[in-house]
Design a protein around this ligand. Structure first.
Ligand code: MLT
Length: 254
């Protein structure tokens, strides 16, 4: 079954929005609102196991391939892939596996490296936690790293609500997928499409140092640091995020 998605606007090149963990495509509503009415086509997808895409997947490459199948089904020839955090892991796999469909890349609050041993242990603990206590408990365990002093209660409650709506099976599979994903660092230097890297200065989950590693390795990439924002920059600071996205889109050939 094709991934659940929104597809607005028209054109053969689309902006493809790939959500974070443990959320779904509804986290992009501020970007859809900003882009609807522009001359851009935008597709926001629910990765397998999230939102309205039932099932489970434990391979980052399988997620990337499902996005490529979605683009083919929607007759999209090329995409500016926008991935935040887990969405960035999938976006980097997409860049490796489907370079001919990649028109541009925005990597937000993510990292190219694989999980450390400590992070892998954290995934295992969270797989047990989601089975025992549910998805909201996994989200609550993430809070100290993903939110900073400027993160508002409204934003935290909105994202917690999205997390609580996710399937424990889908979330457990995604935790295994993230634990086992390969190191994408060696492939960064081969990325030759317009690329922007976005990071919030208060993001302790995927901190600015990770964004700088990707910026140094991806030729001609642009680094946008959003002062005072936590991990979910597109939700916390939509104006700054949308500006970075629109500036990237202005450089992409259609
Ligand atoms: C996310 O926001 O997608 C997660 O922080 C990714 C992760 O746990 O590595």
């Amino acid at each position: 079954m094709i991934l659940a998605h929104d597809d607005v606007g028209s054109g053969s090149v689309a902006v493809l929005l790939v959500h974070a963990f443990p959320l779904d495509r509804r986290m992009w509503r501020r970007q859809l609102d900003a882009l609807v009415g522009s001359d851009r086509r935008v597709i926001a997808a629910d990765l397998r196991g999230f939102g309205a895409s039932p099932g489970t997947l434990t391979s980052v490459d399988d997620h990337a391939d499902e996005l490529a199948q979605l683009l083919a089904a929607r007759r999209v020839e090329g995409a500016v892939v926008v991935g935040l955090s887990m969405g960035g892991y999938v976006a980097l796999s997409f860049a490796r596996r489907h370079p001919g469909k990649l028109a541009g890349l925005l990597l937000a609050d993510t990292r190219a490296g694989a999980d450390s041993d400590e992070a892998k242990q954290g995934r295992v603990a969270n797989i047990e936690r989601v089975r025992r206590e549910g998805v909201a408990a996994v989200f609550d365990a993430m809070r100290p790293k993903v939110f900073g002093p400027n993160s508002t209660r409204e934003v935290i409650e909105e994202l917690r609500g999205l997390a609580a709506a996710q399937s424990p099976d889908g979330v457990a599979a995604a935790l295994a997928m993230m634990r086992d994903r390969p190191d994408a660092t060696p492939e960064l230097e081969g990325i030759c499409v317009p690329t922007t890297i976005v990071v919030g200065t208060n993001d302790a989950a995927t901190p600015p140092s990770e964004a700088e590693i990707m910026h140094r390795a991806i030729p001609s990439s642009k680094l946008v640091t959003i002062e005072g924002a936590g991990h979910f920059t597109n939700v916390e600071r939509p104006d700054a995020f949308n500006r970075a996205l629109l500036e990237l889109l202005a450089t992409v050939r259609r």
